[in-house]
Design a protein around this ligand. Structure first.
Ligand SMILES: [Zn+2]
Ligand SMILES: [Zn+2]
Length: 246
């Protein structure tokens, strides 16, 4: 599926699931979401990959070429911080190496976060299903009709396999919980990832769906309802679907 086809596909799906675009916040562009989730993983693999390549093109000085995160290791190995050596001459102010490390560090954090979520739900019985990879791939970009697609890419799944990435995000959807009068009370964000999960040198591939429940503060303030959890507006994350694919 080419990028153009994916865009077309998303637009089609979006039109189907939105009967009246003026009724809801129109959020068909993932990047345009007006809601910023606190502590939410910032994952835009293609964009970050381009950044890594760009910073690797910089040949400012010898020191900054050493231990720079390159595209061969980015999101394929866990980033380890290198100890700085103090006897080097630091006369170059370029931030190319620092920036690659910053992005790689972010990805390591997200990867650990996803593995912890898998770990936790595996401890609970019956929380995981197994599925044949091909069957799953057929359905992985489908949307449930009550969700509004924000982002979806089969291409991300192919890149995950081809490049042997540690993880990738391939789908994001939003669901509005409404009051009887139709006002949005809370938003449920469903985000799907593919994750390589290691258990004693054996590698498993999981599709992990996480749901973030974020309340609409405007609604609760208009109602003059000050629930305890209204004040605490950090989204609550839970695992809503876990599928083992190998
Ligand atoms: Zn330099
Ligand atoms: Zn540089």
């Amino acid at each position: 599926m080419s990028q153009g086809l994916i865009t077309e596909f998303i637009e089609d799906m979006h039109n189907q699931s939105t009967s009246d675009p003026t009724e809801d916040e129109y959020m068909n562009n993932y990047g345009d979401s007006h809601i910023s989730l606190i502590g939410y993983p910032r994952i835009e693999y293609e964009k970050d990959r381009e950044e890594i390549i760009k910073y690797n093109d910089c040949k400012c000085c010898n020191r900054h070429q050493k231990n720079k995160v390159n595209i061969d290791t980015f999101n394929k190995t866990i980033y380890v911080d290198y100890e700085s050596t103090n006897n080097e001459v630091k006369d170059c102010e370029c931030d190319c190496r620092h920036n690659t490390r910053f992005i790689a560090y972010d990805y390591t954090d997200v990867y650990k976060y996803l593995c912890n979520n898998i770990d936790d739900s595996l401890k609970k019985s019956d929380s995981c299903v197994n599925m044949d990879y091909d069957d799953w791939l057929e359905r992985c970009v489908d949307f449930k009709s009550q969700f509004k697609p924000l982002y979806c890419s089969k291409n991300a799944v192919h890149t995950f396999n081809k490049e042997k990435l540690l993880f990738t995000m391939y789908k994001k959807e939003v669901y509005y919980n409404r009051s009887i009068s139709g006002s949005v009370m809370n938003y449920l964000y469903y985000t799907s990832y593919l994750v390589r999960y290691q258990v004693e040198d054996v590698e498993y591939i999981y599709s992990l769906e996480l749901c973030d429940d974020e309340i609409n503060l405007d609604y609760w303030h208009e109602c003059n309802v000050y629930r305890v959890d209204v004040r605490d507006d950090d989204p609550e994350t839970m695992v809503t679907n876990l599928i083992r694919l190998n």
